[in-house]
Write a protein that binds this ligand. Sequence first.
Ligand SMILES: Cc1cc2nc3c(=O)[nH]c(=O)nc-3n(C[C@H](O)[C@H](O)[C@H](O)COP(=O)(O)OP(=O)(O)OC[C@H]3O[C@@H](n4cnc5c(N)ncnc54)[C@H](O)[C@@H]3O)c2cc1C
Length: 448
Amino acid sequence: MDTFDVAVIGAGPVGSVAAHALASQGREVLLLEANPHAARRFAGEWLHPPGVEILDDLGLAPLDCASKHKEGDGFVVYPDDGGAPVKLPYVEGRAAATFEHRELVEELRDKAANQPRVDYRPFTRATKVEPGRVDIQEARSDETVSIRADTIVGADGYSSVARKALGFDDEAKTVSYMGALALKDFDMPFEGFGHVVLGGPGPVLLYRVGSDEVRVSIDVPVERSDLRRDHAALHDAIVPMLPNGIAERIGQEIDEGNIRWAATRFRPHIHYGRDGIALVGDAVGTYHPMTAVGMTSGFQDVKTLLEASDIEDYRRRRSKASHVPELLSSSLYKIFRGEEGVDGSDKLRRAIYDTWRNSPDLCRNTMRLLSGAETRGPAFSMTYGRIAVRAFWRMAFQQSRRRGVSGIRDVVDTFMPWARWPLAPLLPQPVSSRLRQNSSIETPMKIR
Ligand SMILES: Cc1cc2nc3c(=O)[nH]c(=O)nc-3n(C[C@H](O)[C@H](O)[C@H](O)COP(=O)(O)OP(=O)(O)OC[C@H]3O[C@@H](n4cnc5c(N)ncnc54)[C@H](O)[C@@H]3O)c2cc1C
């Protein structure tokens, strides 16, 4: 039986970084990839500055796939209140990297495979995992062989076999579908920024992935999944809300059906492994891509795993640090896809726009939270709380003038569910972990 210090299952972005980093520490690493072509799917293409910094620290940057076009300096948000676009630059002076998902994965995989201590085996699937041992099967072969490894790293994505081996069988829930299309030779209104257009069924994102290519990603919530098959309905739902100069090109691509879809999923980040099996990246949990934090978070998993004294230390540190990015991505998605006048989300949206327009300090806080640079619970609660209070008073003022005390009572009822989001990261860790197990994109904690 072949023996390794570490077996990394899955050579996606996170597994490739993990294999490279562990080999750089002097470990003999086996890196397994069931299907190298899986990287052709539509997935992460925006890496926040803290993610780029980790690649830098690990000797994996600069990235060739991101080097021929302008980096991401932040976001420009097109609000659905008819006002001017709002610019949200990153605050720490460092930029995001953007690329095609396939190009990033191939580059990171090559860098890992070229490490002398990494034995990379493409088209080889881990079929069974137990502490210290992995059964593997090569494609086109019926034979299963076993290998030994002191540590096993499950980097095999949301349907991880390593995760199942640990008995964590909670499903990642589908939240929405994201349609990807490409605009060739297109000049962005704010070159160097990601563009976020709000007001449709879900957000529409635009960002550069190459010197001659801009990616457009169109989110439709799972309840509107019919839009994936009906191009005319998709056109009508999306194009009217897009700014001039963007709408026409995107409309054309939708009409021609040049769009490929990927499911987005949510699963809370609570199971990081035990018994010599560590989980990293999407094998732990998945965020809605609204905040583009999945890969940054996965690279933070790898960094913490390298520093941690053992898997329990790793689990403790990461389950705490991943809570805020998780709350932010879910709550922002819930607010931005919300319908007018249904659950108060429209009032929160307006309050967010006002805040971004008038409070430079809250813009900076938003960007630190969004990029994964700030993961402390109170920082999230303060920022969210200030926005929610603004929205609450505005609605309470309007309703009290119209309907007196009963109007205010209704406003309190509307806002109560939203108050759970800033409270969630302030609870003591054991309570928060238990309630987080039943969290979803709709609520940060569910008491059964
Ligand atoms: C539409 C969409 C847009 C997104 N946009 C962003 C974004 O802009 N920025 C961002 O940071 N994140 C984004 N994400 C999230 C990001 O793509 C993921 O967080 C990231 O790909 C996770 O990387 P990973 O290596 O953990 O898992 P994966 O990318 O899923 O890779 C897992 C690998 O393991 C292999 N594998 C699976 N099972 C086995 C097995 N049994 N044996 C061997 N190999 C196996 C798979 O073939 C795959 O190559 C987006 C996701 C979606 C769906």
